[in-house]
Design a protein around this ligand. Structure first.
Ligand SMILES: Nc1ncnc2c1ncn2[C@@H]1O[C@H](COP(=O)(O)OP(=O)(O)OP(=O)(O)O)[C@@H](O)[C@H]1O
Ligand SMILES: [Mg+2]
Length: 442
């Protein structure tokens, strides 16, 4: 509501001068600017003129028959030349102050609400000429122009406050965003750590479980052999038949075979586990050319490849230089190539395995290990990276190869791996690695 606007001292000072001049021109003791409040009317500005009975800031109750009430109600000029000669005005409150003549016009806010009045009062009969009335309207319009400026100033101030509030809100939400981001970052580090831990933990639990069987079998056999030996020693004193002796020897042989097998299996598992448990921090990080590393792998695998009768080719451009862990990458590629040699060509047909690479502008390197073998069934495709998933159980497969691959790629090398395959159309393992490996997550 406009009524509640505070009128600044600047405007009050200006209007004081206006009322002073006005009182002088009209030659009256009182020139007033009145402001209406909900229940009362206030002398906002009172001319500094001799004999002026009104003081600024004094208030009078409304509904008491004041001249100004009529002006505000009709929103029109009111002229009372002589209240005491006028039945309607002779008892109005201003008469008590000896103000018996009145000329006033309404003051309106820009939104047409009533602000109050501007008026002149005198202690004697006055009949103002038309041009004096016109002058009062002009003064009114000048003050109303000031109202507009006031309103605009208020809007500016309010707008400013709003801007300030909005700015503060923005700053606050920026702070919150920053805090949230920091939290997410630390959470991500924690998650990475937890994931690494749980992957390792799962492997350890799995390994322990797997080792249980061959070692348990071995223990049982060893104790059977031992008690068999005790038996035969006792029987030997009494003399044994040739048949009994042969049975004993057969038993020892069989037991030794199974024992060898079990311990061999345990040994295999321990070897695979050693691969899994490679401590990343002890792995050497350095710059290396990808093509050279690829060549070294082919040399290392040379005997195996020749024996397999398949062909392995390196299609890596010679300008990719990585700053990463060559040991981990070699381990990964050897595993993938070995898998292709072992699993992709059961029929014995000669196959062709390709290692490809390309780098993109964002410093990522994509490496492919692609074979043209039997492929992987959709059901198995989702499980090949699981620890202990193997289709060669009991034929030397532990099912750890690809889980090691996965761990190395996602932790030390900081990348990702996917496999695509269709039965009968080969398999393709795609690695996406940062050319520069991330700093180690402790
Ligand atoms: N290139 C491939 N073509 C077809 N099948 C594959 C290929 N690579 C992996 N597989 C399948 O994924 C399974 C899991 O592979 P993974 O390397 O984890 O274990 P594995 O080779 O069986 O045993 P390990 O590597 O521990 O000796 C394999 O048993 C095989 O069925
Ligand atoms: Mg394997």
């Amino acid at each position: 509501m406009m009524q509640h606007h505070v009128v600044s001292d600047d405007f009050l000072g200006k209007w004081q001068q206006t009322t002073n001049v006005m009182a002088g021109i009209f030659d009256v003791p009182a020139g007033l600017i009145m402001r209406v409040w909900p229940e009362q009317i206030e002398v906002l500005v009172s001319s500094h003129t001799p004999g002026n009975p009104y003081e600024a800031h004094e208030k009078a109750n409304l509904s008491t028959g004041l001249y100004c009430e009529t002006v505000m109600a009709t929103r029109d000029v009111l002229q009372v030349p002589h209240a005491l000669e006028d039945e309607h005005w002779q008892d109005n409150p201003d008469v008590a102050l000896n103000m018996i003549s009145y000329l006033g016009v309404p003051l309106l806010w820009p939104d047409q609400e009533v602000f109050g009045t501007i008026c002149v009062l005198d202690s004697k009969k006055r009949l103002y000429q038309e041009r004096y009335v016109a002058l009062l309207w002009e003064i009114k319009r000048a003050i109303e122009a000031d109202f507009k400026v006031m309103a605009q100033q208020q809007e500016l101030i309010a707008g400013n406050a709003q801007l300030r509030d909005a700015n503060q809100a923005l700053a606050r939400s920026n702070e919150e965003l920053k805090a949230a981001l920091e939290k997410i970052n630390t959470m991500q580090v924690d998650l990475l750590r937890a994931e690494k831990m749980s992957a390792l933990g799962k492997l350890v639990a799995g390994i322990a479980h797997e080792l249980n069987t061959p070692i348990g079998n071995g223990l049982m056999l060893a104790s059977t052999l031992k008690s068999n030996a005790v038996d035969i020693t006792r029987e030997l004193e009494a003399g044994v038949t040739r048949k009994r002796m042969q049975d004993f020897i057969d038993g020892v042989n069989q037991g030794a075979d199974i024992l060898l097998h079990s311990l061999g299996r345990a040994g295999e598992l321990v070897t695979s586990f050693k691969q899994v448990a490679v401590d990343q921090s002890s792995m050497r990080r350095r710059e290396f050319g990808l093509e050279k590393t690829c060549g070294e792998i082919l040399v290392a695998l040379g005997p195996t490849i020749r024996k397999s009768g398949h062909e392995v080719v390196c299609e890596v451009p010679d300008d990719i230089v990585m700053d990463s862990y060559p040991g981990a990458l070699e381990q990964v590629l050897i595993n993938l190539v070995n898998n292709a040699l072992l699993h992709a060509y059961p029929s014995g047909l000669a196959g062709r395995i390709r290692i490809t690479a390309r780098s993109d502008a964002d410093d990522w390197v994509e490496i492919g290990v692609i074979d043209d073998g039997v492929g992987i069934s959709p059901a198995n495709l989702a499980r090949v990276f699981d620890p202990f998933f193997t289709t060669r159980l009991g034929q030397g497969g532990s099912g750890l190869g690809l889980s090691v691959v996965y761990n190395q790629i996602t932790s030390a090398l900081g990348g990702s791996v996917r496999v695509d395959s269709e039965l009968g159309h080969g398999a393709r393992f795609t690695l996406r690695l940062p050319r520069i490996a991330p700093k180690e997550v402790a």
